[in-house]
Design a protein. Sequence first.
Length: 443
Amino acid sequence: MNLHLTGDFHAVTAAHNLLAAMVDNSLYHRNPLGIEPSSITWPRVLDVNDRALRSIVVGLGGRLDGVPRQSGFDITAASEVMALLALSTSLPDLAARLRRIVVGWTRGGEPVTAKDLRAAGAMATILREAVKPNLLQTLEGTPALVHAGPFGNIATGNSSVLADLIGIRTADVLVTEAGFGADMGAERFFNIKCRTSGLVPDVGVVVATVRALKAHSGRYQIAAGRPLPEDLLAENPDDVAAGAANLRKQIENIAVHGVTPVVAVNGFPTDHPSEWAVIEEVAHGCGVRAAVTTHVADGGSGALDLAEAVLEAARERPPTYRPLYPLEAPLREKIETVARRVYGADGVDYSCPAAQQLDAFERHGLGDLPVCIAKTHLSISHDPSLLGAPTGWRLPVREVRASAGAGFVYAVCGEMRTMPGLPSQPAATRIEMDDDGVISGLS
């Protein structure tokens, strides 16, 4: 689906980069808005992993080539335009969110928006068709709405509100994704997306794999882009049990929002039933349903037990969903509530710039927005090396940014990469096309 699909990513890329071009154009034409160049927070985006573009200088060359300044590229999924597309409820709402985008600050400390630059109308025009969810189907003919892809590390990491609003009106059951674990995708689903959509979830499914729990045991050396250790694939229920603290915490992270958890044991053909049994025992020990799903190998028939468990949980009691914090709470209180109750932190430490940014956002009327914690997906904490369900640590916030158009403030914790790099053997090296146009290497 990353190879074009219906063009949503291209539309987001074009709309985002149009605004970036208009920022630099305003600087070139005597800077009528008084933008402080060093305060500009709007990079350019590209839907290609390219680490060489993370930090660049634009405007080099002659006088007619723009104003030199340091900038960079993010991956398209990290664009605020992508996040606000996912959270928009209509075309007028999309246009309103685009107008609120903050691209930087004036020398007097006032926010500069897409509306100020008179760019929002053209951006909305580019996104006019992209706001419509894409109807696809599975290999078995089941309808699926695929729409938007906000970066899970720094944004909501959820599929679109519009897709959910359409899906809930056209089917008996709507299943929607909240990526990157219950500590990230689900927390943002409950505290940001549900507030926008108005939909109340009946059940929260925690997807667990044997490999993930073995990884959280801390007994294996796993590196991104490299093959998994051979002994990780060998039968070892004890190692699954050693990583179970992570699953218990993620079950708790669903329940703390008043939503009934169900554990999906995502079974792969190389797994061992004795290891699945450990995950089911952990779930039952937490008082929640669990079911093994083998849809990876068996298609829809392999997910019937999970479907029945989800329906049973949904019928068991009415929804009691509740967000973690009120919107009128101060930004620091919201951040600390998520850190303590979802991540298990002892508290939050703010850098001096982060503290100043929080104060500035509240002065400019952004204090009633929900918060989104930008952190690693490899740990419930901010530190990828802290596995399981770590305790005795504090969450460091080094920077805070405003996604005023999307409608949240996000706190950056740890070193976050918004433009990924390619591995030593990129997937592109496996893709070929023959003389008849037949493509191979996509699987």
